[in-house]
Design a protein around this ligand. Structure first.
Ligand SMILES: Cc1cc2nc3c(=O)[nH]c(=O)nc-3n(C[C@H](O)[C@H](O)[C@H](O)COP(=O)(O)OP(=O)(O)OC[C@H]3O[C@@H](n4cnc5c(N)ncnc54)[C@H](O)[C@@H]3O)c2cc1C
Length: 408
């Protein structure tokens, strides 16, 4: 393997692996992708990898366009569930708004897919790219600036040099801290509980966003046409203490609690898979670019998951970055320069601020616990159903359409 690369990506999670593929579309680009967790077991089967765990991700329609561009969609679509409708409601209020893909002449508003499957598709494609060296399992311990880029020291591989290092090492990025990149953080003082649930009524390809006094609950459709395969992926945001109690409950009590909060639109909740919990913090890196260094994905921004936007936003970011780097390579410019690396920032910053504010606002408004605000929101949702322009803006954001078109 070479020890000199154009781009070295630290972290082979969903975001780092997608960036590697976007860059590799230019055959002159030499890319190193370093991942600390093993990707394959000794038998060659996909190994457990936290970024590709049993969670599901809601992919916006715009993300499908990006995957088509990366020639990944044909494979990925074999195990995706389309979201044809989104139903937004507030518990105890009569208002609800419904977004329907037909109204936007799209096959779907988005898709639900297990992270594990996205990971397998990304890795299979990476294996076909001769200009990506996957260095795994290995850990980047340090990064030092040089006159032409950066030097990285890896636990096993030793030293390598790259014109640019991209930190895609996740929300708890140790390297970001080592490089003294500050982060602004706001603790939501909430925890997201994740579980896959069986229901007695087929979801009919509908995703539900339900706002309850203790926090928002998202239920995403999963599985095939047959009722016996239909499941829902739950993301339930609760205040920390309540979430701790819910995590301790028996399965039966847990299902009852969900039934109470959600009602019977999906019939009865009959079974639950294992639960996991994630403390929620809005965290934004104060710097995203330095000479020879870029920060992307969760290392750059960790959002509230209620609106399902974190990965979609990150993917648009890496597409913008890849396009800026490929252009600079073709122009014969050094990739390490701040001017080259910051080319993707204006569009990304504006996309980020719209997306963060959208997710943040949604969470705050619906978590006030104030009955007057709740009643107003109930009316607002009913009103929203009657206001095509505002509703259109909501679905545009959910579908990530305008943003994806700007990227491609
Ligand atoms: C509950 C929940 C639900 C969500 N649902 C959605 C959704 O529906 N839609 C959506 O768009 N987003 C969603 N998100 C957000 C999405 O999960 C993240 O945006 C995405 O996982 C970020 O991926 P990443 O690659 O940046 O980070 P990670 O997945 O954390 O990957 C980082 C990788 O870097 C590796 N690494 C770390 N340090 C080093 C090192 N020094 N050397 C080598 N490797 C290293 C790690 O092993 C890891 O594999 C959700 C998030 C949560 C918490």
């Amino acid at each position: 393997m070479s020890q000199d690369y154009d781009v070295a990506i630290v972290g082979g999670g969903l975001v780092g692996a997608s960036l590697a593929l976007a860059l590799a579309s230019d055959v002159s680009m030499r890319v190193a992708l370093v991942e600390a967790y093993p990707m394959n077991s000794a038998e060659g089967e996909p190994a457990y990898q936290p970024s590709y765990d049993a969670r599901s991700t809601a992919l916006a329609w715009g993300t499908r366009l990006i995957y088509e561009d990366l020639q990944l969609w044909d494979q990925l679509q074999q195990h995706v569930t389309p979201i044809r409708r989104i139903h937004v409601s507030d518990k105890g209020q009569f208002g609800a708004t419904r977004l329907h893909s037909k109204d936007y002449r799209q096959e779907a508003l988005g898709y639900v897919v297990e992270n594990q499957w996205i990971g397998q598709c990304l890795l299979a494609k990476i294996a076909d790219c001769s200009n990506i060296d996957l260095i795994c399992p290995d850990t980047v311990n340090d990064i030092y600036a040089t006159s032409t880029g950066a030097k990285l020291t890896l636990e096993k591989f030793g030293e390598m040099h790259a014109s640019v290092v991209v930190l895609a090492d996740g929300g708890r990025s140790g390297l970001r801290e080592k490089l003294a990149i500050e982060v602004s953080e706001r603790d939501y003082e909430q925890t997201a509980i994740i579980a896959n649930l069986s229901v007695s009524r087929h979801h009919d390809w509908t995703a539900y966003e339900r706002f309850t006094p203790s926090g928002p609950m998202a239920l995403l459709p999963m599985g095939e046409m047959r009722q016996s395969d239909a499941r829902m992926a739950l993301v339930w945001t609760l205040p920390k203490e309540e979430a701790d109690k819910v995590m301790q409950m028996s399965d039966d009590r847990f299902l009852e609690k969900i039934q109470q909060a959600f009602g019977y639109r999906l019939g009865k909740f009959t079974q639950t898979g294992s639960r996991s919990s994630y403390p929620l913090v809005l965290s934004l890196s104060k710097e995203q670019v330095r000479p020879a260094l870029v920060v992307v994905g969760n290392a750059a921004h960790t959002l509230h998951p209620v609106a399902g936007q974190g990965y979609n936003l990150a993917l648009r970011g890496v597409m913008r970055l890849a396009s800026a780097l490929i252009d600079a390579q073709r122009e014969g410019k050094s990739l390490a320069g701040y001017d080259v690396l910051s080319r993707f920032l204006p569009e990304q910053d504006s996309d980020k601020s719209i997306t963060v504010n959208f997710s943040d606002l949604l969470t705050h408004l619906f978590s006030t616990g104030n009955p007057y605000v709740s009643a107003f929101l109930g009316l607002g949702l009913a009103g929203l159903d009657l206001m095509p322009v505002v509703k259109g803006r909501l679905s545009e954001q959910a579908m990530g359409l305008a943003q994806a078109r700007a990227v491609l």
